[in-house]
Structures are given as structure tokens and as C-alpha cells.
Design a protein around this ligand. Structure first.
Ligand SMILES: Cc1cc2nc3c(=O)[nH]c(=O)nc-3n(C[C@H](O)[C@H](O)[C@H](O)COP(=O)(O)O)c2cc1C
Length: 251
């Protein structure tokens, strides 16, 4: 039996939530990082999957969802979690539970957790904080009890089918050529291959999902969101989402 941490975490907070949760299990752990992992994979029915995905515009990130769909559960138990930034979860948690169930995972519990925003850095600063971590740990202990007693998910998951349409954010990601070290880390991490390997300063904004992996990985801080549309939205968004939201748990 192995605890498989499955996550897609361009700026690192989703991975952090997965690791907090799996830290409560005593069994051997394995990470399946969907920023890089895009092969087929089969779990055993005695494995336990901790699956944590960020919310992108009320949905699961499309590339992450496609990669997750290649992992077959074979009746492995799963805890389904979406990580969002204090704005809205919309249909993302329902979508995650559906994708896992369709792929033959036995979903025993679900949650939405709150983390620091990867685009608007004034929202949910410092989260998950100690209060969040304590709630996530309590929830995981309850999940372990459910897994041991062979129970499935009973609670209703919020959200609607059909899910809200995918939306591409209209913001520009730029690279400051004067500080770029041409290390190609951004080229290698981009899940959409939107940064050409013969021109790492460029970004194909038609296919870029604005996931922020290139910004997070850049050792020179050369990449960032820029432009009037971004600056204008940042002020409004940070004001509208300043009130603290709490993680929610479904057993
Ligand atoms: C393209 C994009 C869209 C996002 N859309 C939403 C959203 O609809 N609702 C929300 O609450 N947070 C949204 N977020 C915030 C992320 O869900 C949040 O910052 C998450 O913690 C990022 O995970 P990471 O640190 O693992 O990359 C969005 C972030 C990105 C990059």
C-alpha cells in the first residue's frame, strides 16, 4: 500500500496542501506531479490517493485534468481536494470528484482549501496558515478513520453540471530580456509548451493558461504579469476578496 500524492502546483501551494495531508499517513509516499507527469499510470486497489488541484476560473486546469484522466484508480481510495485563493471554487470540486470516479477511484472524502493567490499576491497572504493546517490535519485524520472502516463519500459536493465554461484570463505574461539568464527552466516547466525553446523570452499567449509555473520557477524574476488589464483587475480583485474564507470539508 502506497500513499500517492497527485497534484498540479504551478506556484507550490497545492503541493504544500498535498504534503500536509499525506504527512498524516504512516505508509510509504510517492509524488505524482502533474506539471511534469503525463504518462499513463495504474494504481492498486490498496493504494490511497491524495489528489489536490488548484481552481482555475472555477474549473480544474485543463492540462492538469487531461493528465489526471490518464491515471486509473483500480478502486484505490481517494481524497479529492481543490485549492483556491479565497475567491470562488465554483464547479471545480465537483469536477474533480467526477473525474476521479470516472477513472475508477473510490472517493472517500473531499475538501476545498484556501491558499495564497498565485496571480493577485495581495489575496490570502500567508495561507495555508497555522489555523488552516490544523483543520487540514483534523480532516485527514477523519479520512483515515473512514478509509479504515471502508466508507465512501456521503456528503453532497457543491457545484453544477454542466460545469462552467473554461475561461482564458486576458492578462499578458512578459519576460524582461535584460534580466533573463536563458536557463530554459521556464521552457521545461510550461505545461502547455507555450514558451518556444529557440526564444525563451517569448510566450504564446494563445495557448498559455496563465498557470504561473514560468513566473514561479524563474531564478531571475524575469517573468511577470504586466499590462493595464492586469493592473486594473488586481486592485478590484484584492478589494473584492479581502474577507477571509475558511476551508470546507466533505465526508
Ligand atoms: C489561471 C488562474 C485562474 C485562477 N482562478 C481562480 C478561481 O476561479 N477561483 C479562485 O478562488 N482562485 C483562482 N486562482 C487561484 C489559484 O487557485 C490559487 O492561487 C492556488 O493556490 C494556486 O495553486 P499553486 O500555488 O499550487 O499554483 C486562479 C489562479 C490561476 C493561475
Amino acid at each position: 500500500m502506497t500513499i500517492i500524492n497527485i497534484f498540479f502546483s504551478p506556484s507550490g501551494t497545492t503541493k504544500k496542501v498535498a504534503e500536509i495531508m499525506s504527512g498524516n499517513f504512516s505508509q510509504e509516499k510517492e509524488n505524482c506531479d502533474l506539471l511534469h507527469f503525463q504518462s499513463e499510470k495504474e494504481l492498486s486497489n490498496d493504494d490511497i490517493a491524495v489528489v489536490v488541484m488548484p481552481v482555475f476560473a472555477g474549473r480544474l486546469p485543463k492540462t492538469a485534468c487531461e493528465r489526471l484522466s490518464k491515471i486509473k484508480g483500480n478502486d484505490a481510495k481517494a481524497i479529492a481536494v481543490v485549492n483556491y485563493d479565497n475567491a470562488h471554487v465554483s464547479d471545480a470540486l465537483l469536477e474533480l470528484v467526477d473525474v476521479l470516479s470516472d477513472n475508477d477511484f473510490n472517493v472517500v472524502a473531499a475538501a476545498s482549501t484556501v491558499s495564497h493567490h498565485s496571480i493577485f499576491d495581495g489575496v490570502a497572504v500567508g495561507r495555508p496558515d497555522d489555523e488552516d493546517i490544523s483543520k487540514i490535519n483534523d480532516f485527514t485524520v477523519k479520512c483515515i478513520d473512514k478509509i479504515e472502516s471502508n466508507e465512501s463519500l456521503k456528503a453532497d459536493i457543491p457545484g453544477n453540471r454542466p460545469y462552467t465554461d473554461y475561461k482564458q484570463l486576458p492578462f499578458t505574461i512578459s519576460c524582461d530580456e535584460s534580466v533573463c539568464a536563458f536557463c530554459y527552466d521556464c521552457v521545461n516547466v510550461c505545461p502547455e509548451n507555450a514558451i518556444p525553446d529557440d526564444d525563451p523570452v517569448a510566450t504564446n499567449l494563445d495557448i498559455c493558461s496563465r498557470c504561473t509555473a514560468c513566473i514561479s520557477i524563474c531564478p531571475e524574476d524575469a517573468r511577470s504579469f504586466t499590462g493595464d488589464a492586469f493592473e486594473a483587475k488586481k486592485v478590484d480583485f484584492e478589494k473584492a476578496n479581502s474577507e477571509r474564507k475558511e476551508p470546507e470539508f466533505y465526508l
